[in-house]
Ligand binder design. Structure first.
Ligand code: PCD
Length: 793
């Protein structure tokens, strides 16, 4: 049982419950894109560029075309005839589907072979002969802005440089003025390195164009099926009602499955050209090299404060590496995503930030990998800066945070850059985390260890605020599509229900939690509620699952559509009881939902009885429709602002640079928890993610733009071995504007944890005079930081 917003409990619905979908997942009975096998299906494979930057002189596909089993070879030239060589990106740039003029990153798509089986397709790819003239690559984002840097996007008319945009937020004059008179200022350069969402399932698609009906069906693991369908319609000129996008079970998305990738378009063209279904599945290296990336923010932070630790102002400059095509995923008005929340959880008088986006010869993407559009970068920046300030003032980082956190009475709180935080009690969460960690005892142990030369103890704190649940649609859209979500609910005559939603689970457990929302609102057991998602022919329009928006938006839509059904049920019950609807009261007990005459609980009807009556020959009052169903569209009034306080304890061996995460305490507040077990699972995953980014993940490139991390041998994922047993705590501050008081949580831990780990490592290194080192804090990087050498892995 969990508290709901009004402080009452929900006897049915919210609470710990095993995930319904696990019945198929743990038996290996899920259906992923690669499980889709259609009669007569062909297979596609992509030829990719070996160069980071090169002019294409010629493409000779004749040997591949002649290879037995090959059914089609599609090149950039083929696509040009169809006007499909370029496609729009999520940031209103264009991206080459198959390169025509130049290749702009290593691994870029050059040609697509369609064959009878995947092996033939791969073999034939090797037979395509491409003539390249290598060009100087631009690998360093800061170098990209140099006047003499090679121009990457000479396809865009009038381009003379690699600059994409400048974006700023906050009040520059006010911020600068505070800096000028501040007692203390600190500055620090830091990099949030390029990382990859690396879901276990790679991307892929099965496209089936039926020439007779003119209908195109595309199976692909998209986090936003409806947006994909609309974009296919707009780009390919196919009628939208003749396109069906099916997103089956997804083996992890983490933001990497929001966009449309060239392979999807190639599979579609392949099916149109051959008249047969075409499957394309990328392998691990292709996924790591070409399909999305995240972060790559070169940041400089500055804090102005009083000598006794009151933070007055924050100033930030960012050079954002967007790769060869600006394909970052975020609402249109926000070219730097929600980086504007960079003042974090602190009550700061003034702030200003500037972000400059640049092109480089690297894969495009800039996906919101487990953060609501760049909030991970923002939280990392401010949380590192607080520790840098603590170092400068020789202050305790916990006390410094406590001193500057936004006080509970300040909510709803408007940040200096204009974000309205809905609710929170930050000091309570931090106090709980420190208590759980036994902070004072840890500091004592640390002091003790500092007297020896063995492994040093580091205690790292981070406090984060996320802003999740985009829209409101007035301010937030993706390529013009407003960020609101539909929901449809139908209760069958026997009282079993079907909920149809536009969001699409990638492992988050929506089939369970969304059924629980209906259960809490209607008193129908969660097992009696089927959640349909991921098929545009079966579900209402909506913008999909990312930015932890499903619970804030689709979850709210679900509660509201269930309330509409409940109101319909009231009218039907009134007719059944021959009472006036106003005289009925609603209740949910362990046995279910019920409308009864006020004051006489026995005189009522269960939701199941009402459902049957709604479909029967019962005489209904004038104007009351039969059946028991409803539809709704939910446009959120604001984002929800989950938050948390994390404490990480590490041991660092100064002789080897090895870091061991000994403990991790995470106190999260995501408002009302629908299913605490799922919430905890989400937090566990995000914490592991954070440890991975802090300690071992990096998409590295050499100076020629060669990708150095295209396998899991080089791009390391954290396993149980690197993770401690997580210690979780919670506070519950409901969102005042969400129908059930819930805030999103899916990305909270990924947002909050990297800074805690890095702060812990640097805390351990403090006696050695190391103030900052960039992620990933591999043994080599820690070792070289200790020796003040710029060596990087
Ligand atoms: N919940 C509850 N309660 C609360 C909240 C929440 O219960 N309060 C739950 C729900 O309902 C779900 C989950 O939990 O089931 C989650 O949610 P959310 O927060 O709303 O979120 P979503 O939207 O659903 O999801 C999304 C996220 C993201 S975003 C990410 S990255 C990640 C996460 O999610 N991803 C993933 N998590 C996960 N998990 C898994 N398993 N897988 C995956 O993939 Mo992005 O933007 O995309 O980057």
């Amino acid at each position: 049982m969990t508290q709901d917003t009004s402080g009452t409990t929900t006897p049915m619905g919210f609470g710990r419950m095993h995930r319904k979908e696990d019945a198929r997942f743990i038996r290996g009975r899920g259906t992923y894109v690669d499980d889709v096998r259609l009669p007569g299906m062909l297979h596609g494979a992509i030829l990719r560029s070996p160069h980071a930057h090169a002019r294409i002189l010629s493409v000779d596909a004749s040997a591949a075309e002649a290879y037995p089993g090959v059914r089609a070879v599609i090149t950039g030239a083929t696509l040009e005839t169809l006007n499909l060589a370029w496609m729009p990106t999520l940031s209103a740039d264009v991206q080459a589907v198959l390169a025509t003029d130049k290749v702009r990153f290593q691994g870029q798509e050059v040609a697509f072979v369609v064959a009878e089986d995947p092996y033939t397709a791969r073999d034939a790819v090797e037979l395509i002969d491409v003539g390249y003239e290598p060009l100087e690559p631009v690998v360093d984002a800061r170098r990209a802005l140099d006047a003499d840097a090679p121009v990457i996007r000479d396809d865009l008319e009038g381009r003379t440089g690699n600059h994409i945009f400048d974006w700023e937020a906050g009040d520059r004059a006010q911020t600068d003025a505070i800096f000028e008179r501040a007692e203390v200022t600190v500055a620090q350069d830091m990099l949030y390195p390029r990382v990859h969402p690396a879901p276990l399932e790679t991307c892929g698609a099965v496209a089936d164009f039926d020439k007779v009906t003119g209908k195109l069906t595309v199976w692909c693991p998209t986090q936003a099926p409806h947006a994909h369908r609309t974009l296919y319609a707009l780009v390919a000129g196919l009628p939208e009602h003749k396109i069906r996008v099916i997103s089956p079970d997804i083996g992890g998305g983490f933001g990497g499955k929001v966009g449309i990738y060239p392979g999807y378009v190639c599979a579609i063209v392949g099916s149109i050209v051959t008249g047969r279904p075409v499957k394309w599945m990328e392998d691990r290296s292709e996924n790591l090299m070409s399909t999305a990336f995240a972060r790559d923010y070169h940041m400089r932070g500055e804090i102005a404060a009083t000598r006794d630790g009151r933070i007055l102002a924050l100033r930030v400059k960012v050079v954002a590496d967007h790769g060869a095509f600006n394909g970052t995923a975020q609402p249109t008005k926000f070219p730097a995503g929600f980086f504007g929340v960079f003042t974090g959880s602190y009550d700061i008088e003034a702030a200003h930030c500037e972000v400059t986006g640049v092109y480089t010869n690297k894969a495009p993407g800039g996906v919101a990998y487990a953060c609501s559009f760049r909030i991970t970068e923002a939280v990392y920046l401010v949380e590192r800066m607080i520790d840098v300030l603590a170092c400068e003032l020789d202050a305790d980082p916990a006390e410094l945070r406590m001193r500057n956190l936004i006080r509970p009475e300040r909510f709803p709180y408007t940040s200096p850059t204009g974000w309205e935080y809905d609710s929170g009690d930050y000091p309570r969460a931090l106090r709980l985390a420190l208590d759980m960690a036994g902070y004072d005892k840890l500091r004592a142990e640390q002091a003790e260890r500092r007297r020896g030369d063995g492994p040093q103890l580091g205690i790292g704190i981070s406090f984060f605020t996320e802003a999740v649940g985009a829209g409101p649609r007035r301010h937030m859209d993706i390529l013009g599509l407003g960020m609101a979500d539909g929901a449809e609910l139908r209760v069958h005559p026997t009282g079993k229900a079907v909920l149809r939603v536009s969001c699409q689970s990638q492992g988050q457990g929506h089939e369970t939690t969304f059924a629980q929302i209906v259960a809490a609102e209607l008193g129908i057991p969660p097992d009696d509620v089927e959640v349909v998602h991921g098929d545009t022919d079966q579900t209402p329009f909506g913008l999909g699952t990312y930015g932890s928006r499903s619970t804030p938006v689709s979850g709210a839509a679900t509660a509201i559509v269930a309330r509409k059904v409940r109101e319909r049920a009231r009218l039907v019950a009134a007719a059944m009881l021959e009472a006036s609807p106003q005289d009925l009261e609603w209740s949910v007990s362990e046995t279910g939902g019920r409308w009864s005459v006020q004051g006489s609980a026995g005189h009522g009807r269960s939701i199941q009885e009402i459902a049957m009556a709604a479909h029967s020959n019962l005489e209904l009052p004038e104007g009351v429709e039969g059946h028991l169903d409803a539809v709704t569209v939910y446009n959120p009034p604001n984002l929800t602002y989950p938050f948390g306080a994390y404490v990480c304890v590490v041991e660092v061996d100064p002789r080897t640079g090895q870091v061991k995460v000994r403990r991790f305490v995470a106190v999260d507040d995501c408002g009302v928890r629908i299913n605490p077990m799922i919430v905890e699972g989400q937090i566990h995953g995000g914490l592991a993610d954070g440890v991975g980014m802090a300690l071992m993940q990096l998409m590295a490139f050499d100076e020629d733009g060669n990708h150095l991390g295209a396998s899991f041998m080089d791009y390391l994922l954290p396993t149980a071995l690197e993770c401690p047993s997580w210690e979780l705590g919670e506070t519950v501050t409901p969102s005042p504007h969400h129908p059930i008081g819930a805030k999103g949580v899916g990305e909270s831990a990924t947002v909050g944890s990297p800074a805690a780990v890095v702060n812990a490592v640097l805390d351990a290194l403090r006696p050695y005079g190391v103030r900052h080192a960039d992620m990933p804090l591999t043994p080599a990087n820690v070792w070289s930081a200790l020796r003040g050498s710029p060596l990087r892995t």
